[in-house]
Design a protein around this ligand. Structure first.
Ligand code: CO
Length: 134
């Protein structure tokens, strides 16, 4: 059911420092920092040949990653995103097998303008999983 790894998201305490590190130390192609107020994050996209890395920093009071950074002040891997062809079919299949979908269970438009869902980390080996319809 799942297809390509779309991205790995890493929460970082200092977005510009992380951006420079990926660009200058790791030699990767990085975007400018972008604010996504509707998602409560500022993000830098790192383009790799086979996938992307998203460097996330909290934006605003109710950022979904603020608490994560409180618990992990050095930063850390926040979620992985797998591509699916049909997000409703994927959701229904997962729910039928007992996986919990976060929020109201309806897909939301994600950071790339495509429908996404998040699955409960306790159901997936402690890893927050995002599904994105491509
Ligand atoms: Co993501």
């Amino acid at each position: 059911m799942i297809g390509r790894l779309n991205h790995v998201a890493i929460a970082v305490p200092d977005l510009e420092a992380a951006r420079r590190q990926y660009r200058d130390v790791l030699g990767a192609t990085v975007s400018e920092a972008e604010d996504l107020p509707e998602h409560g994050v500022s993000v830098v996209f790192v383009s790799l040949d086979n996938t992307k890395i998203e460097l996330l920093h909290p934006l605003g009071e109710k950022s979904p990653i603020a608490r994560f950074l409180e618990k992990n002040p050095d930063g850390g891997m926040h979620h992985v995103c797998y591509e699916v062809e049909d997000i409703i079919a994927a959701r229904d299949r997962l729910k039928a097998q007992g996986a919990r979908v976060l929020g109201d269970g309806e897909p939301k438009i994600g950071a790339h303008g495509k429908p996404v869902l998040f699955l409960h980390p306790k159901d997936f080996n402690g890893t927050l999983v995002e599904l994105e319809q491509v």
